[in-house]
Design a protein around this ligand. Structure first.
Ligand code: NAD
Length: 494
C-alpha cells in the first residue's frame, strides 16, 4: 500500500540464549506497534534478572571456545554475516522502518553504516597485528590483545540496526561473546540480526539477544561475569550505568543524549546550506543524536532562514519524513512547542496536527517539521534535548556569541558551521565543545575508521565505541617479556 512494508504477521520475539530462541520463563510482554499506523506488529518479552543470568550462563561455553579461535578464523564468520546482511538489507530496512517509524531510505542507510563497521572489523587482522620489539639484546617485549570474555551492548530505539552494529561486529571479532539488549520499542530488527548471526555459523552463545527494559539492563551491569558494557541512549541512563559499572570495576562506555548546534553565518553558501539544515533537523524525524536542534543565526542571514522554512514546509510526511516513536513523544514535543511560544518564541512553521493524507496513517505518531524563532539560550527549547523535528533559532550578533551558546551546553555530540570562509570554519573547529564537528555538513557523522562519539553529557567513559580506540575497549592488553638466553647486553633490568 505504501512506502513502507509491514511484517505480514505479528512477530513474537524470543531471546537468543546459548544458540536457541527461547521464551523467557514467566516474563511479561509488551506490544510493539508501528509508529506509522499504530498497528500491532510484534510482542516483546521483558526478561527478568534471572533470565539475564540464564543467558550469561548459556554464553559461557561458547565464550570459552570463541576466545581460543584466531582473529583470522573469527574474521571468516564476520565475512559470512556481512554477506548475509548485504543480501537481506532490503528486508531489514523495511522491518526497521516499520518498527521505528523511519523512512525506508533512512533505515537502509543505518544498515549500510553497519556494513561499514563490519568492514572496519574485517580490517582488524591487518590493522592490529599486536606489537613486538627486541628491547634489549636477547630480550623481547610483545603486546597481546586478549578478549575480555562476555560483554554486553544496550541500545536505543532510534537506530534498530545501526547502533547494535556499532558494537557487536567489533566486539565479537575481537574474541568476545556479546549479549545484545535492544530497545524494547524496536526488538524485531534485533531478532533479525540474531537470525543472521546464527546463519553465519557463529558458535552457540557467541551472540545472544536478551529482550527487556530496565530490569534486564540493571541485571547486565551488575552481573559479575559481564566484563564490559556499551550503552547508547539517554544521558540519565548513561550516567547511571557508567557509575554502577564503575563501582564494580567494569568497563563502561555510555553514549548519551545530545543538543546539536548548527552555526550559519552570512557568507554561507545558499546553494547547500538551507537543504543541509532541513535534512539535519528533519532526518529520522529529528530522532537521532546527530540531528540539528539549535540554529545559531549569526548576523544577517534572513534569506537563508526564509529558504529553510520554505523547504521544511514542503516536506511530505510519510515518504519524506517518518513518524515519531510513540504517542508520548508527540505529546512531549507538542507541549515543548506550546511552552516555547509562551516563553516568547515565534512559531515560523508549526508541525502540530500534520499527518500524511489517508486513513491508513490516522493512528500514527505524527508531527510535521517545526521551526521556532527568537528562542533565547535560557528557554527550554534551547537547552533540553527535544528529540523530534523541531529547530530552535537563536539570533546572535557574532561568531563568538554563537560559540559561547554552543560551549554552554552540557552536551557535546555535534556542531557544524556553514560558511565559505576558511578562517570562520577553523574558529569553529577549534572552538566548539562538541566531539564531532562539521564544516558545511549538517550531520557530521565520521566514516570509519574515524570513530563516533561526543563529549560532556553525550558520552561517559574514555575512547569511542567504533574506530581504533574500540580495540582498547573490547580487549585486554597483555604485555609479554621474553628471554631465551643468558646472553643479554647486561643492561636489562633483571
Ligand atoms: P533510553 O535511554 O530510554 O533507552 C536506551 C536503552 O536503555 C533501551 O534499551 C532501554 O530499554 C534502556 N533503558 C531505558 N531506561 C532505563 C533505565 N532507567 N535503566 C536501565 N536501562 C534503561 O533511550 P531511547 O529513548 O531509546 O533513545 C533516545 C536517546 O538516545 C536520546 O537521548 C538520544 O540522543 C540518545 N542516543 C544517543 C546516541 C549517541 O551516540 N550519543 C545515539 C543514539 C541515541
Amino acid at each position: 500500500m505504501s512506502f513502507v512494508e509491514f511484517p505480514e504477521s505479528i512477530i513474537t520475539c524470543r531471546n537468543l540464549v546459548g544458540g536457541e530462541w527461547l521464551e523467557p520463563v514467566g516474563a511479561m510482554s509488551l506490544e510493539v506497534r508501528s509508529p506509522y499506523t499504530g498497528a500491532l506488529i510484534g510482542r516483546v518479552p521483558l526478561t527478568s534478572a534471572s533470565g539475564v543470568a540464564q543467558a550469561v550462563e548459556a554464553a559461557k561455553p561458547g565464550a570459552a571456545q570463541w576466545r581460543a579461535t584466531s582473529l583470522r578464523e573469527r574474521t571468516q564468520h564476520l565475512l559470512r554475516f556481512r554477506a548475509l546482511l548485504e543480501a537481506q538489507a532490503g528486508r531489514l530496512a523495511h522491518l526497521a522502518a516499520a518498527e521505528a517509524g523511519k523512512t525506508v531510505a533512512e533505515a537502509r542507510a543505518g544498515i549500510l553504516k553497519g556494513l561499514e563497521v563490519c568492514d572496519f572489523a574485517l580490517s582488524l587482522q591487518n590493522l592490529d597485528s599486536g606489537g613486538h620489539m627486541e628491547v634489549s639484546r636477547g630480550v623481547t617485549c610483545e603486546f597481546r590483545r586478549e578478549p575480555l570474555g562476555i560483554v554486553a551492548g544496550v541500545t536505543p530505539f532510534n537506530f534498530p540496526a545501526m547502533v547494535p552494529m556499532w558494537l557487536f561486529p567489533i566486539a565479537v571479532t575481537l574474541g568476545n561473546a556479546f549479549i545484545l539488549k535492544p530497545s524494547e520499542k524496536v526488538p524485531l530488527t534485533a531478532c533479525a540480526l540474531g537470525e543472521l548471526m546464527v546463519e553465519a555459523g557463529y558458535p552457540a552463545g557467541v551472540f545472544s539477544v536478551v529482550h527487556g527494559g530496565r530490569e534486564a539492563v540493571d541485571a547486565l551491569v551488575v552481573h559479575p561475569d559481564v566484563q564490559a558494557l556499551a550503552f547508547v541512549g539517554s544521558s540519565s541512563v548513561a550516567r547511571h550505568l557508567y557509575s554502577e559499572g564503575g563501582k564494580r570495576g567494569k568497563r563502561v562506555l555510555a553514549l548519551g543524549s545530545a543538543k546539536n548546534h548548527l552555526i550559519v553565518v552570512p557568507d554561507a553558501d545558499p546553494s547547500l546550506t538551507p537543504q543541509a539544515v532541513v535534512d539535519s533537523f528533519t532526518g529520522c524525524a529529528g530522532q537521532r543524536c546527530m540531528a540539528a536542534s539549535v540554529l545559531l543565526a549569526v548576523g544577517e542571514v534572513q534569506p537563508l532562514v526564509d529558504d529553510i522554512v520554505q523547504r521544511a514546509a514542503r516536506l511530505e510526511l510519510g515518504p519524506g519524513m517518518g513518524a515519531l516513536i510513540d504517542r508520548g513523544a508527540v505529546d512531549r514535543l507538542e507541549t515543548a512547542i506550546a511552552r516555547a511560544r509562551e516563553e516568547g518564541a515565534r512559531v515560523l512553521l508549526d508541525g502540530r496536527g500534520r499527518r500524511p493524507a489517508g486513513e491508513a496513517w490516522a493512528g500514527g505518531n505524527w508531527l510535521g517539521p517545526t521551526i521556532l524563532d527568537g528562542v533565547s539560550p535560557e528557554m527550554e527549547a534551547a537547552r533540553r534535548e527535544l528529540f523530534g523535528p523541531v529547530l530552535s533559532i537563536i539570533r546572535v550578533p557574532t561568531l563568538s556569541a554563537a560559540l559561547a551558546v554552543e560551549n554552554a551546553s552540557p552536551y557535546g555530540n555535534a556542531a557544524s558551521v556553514f560558511t565559505t570562509n576558511g578562517a570562520v570554519a577553523q574558529a569553529v573547529v577549534e572552538g566548539a565543545r562538541a566531539g564531532m564537528v562539521g564544516v558545511n555538513v549538517g550531520v557530521p557523522v565520521p566514516r570509519e575508521p574515524f570513530s563516533f562519539g561526543g563529549t560532556g553529557d553525550s558520552k561517559f567513559g574514555h575512547g569511542d565505541v567504533t574506530g581504533p580506540s574500540s580495540l582498547d575497549f573490547w580487549t585486554q592488553l597483555k604485555k609479554v617479556t621474553r628471554k631465551w638466553t643468558a646472553r643479554t647486553d647486561g643492561s636489562w633490568m633483571s
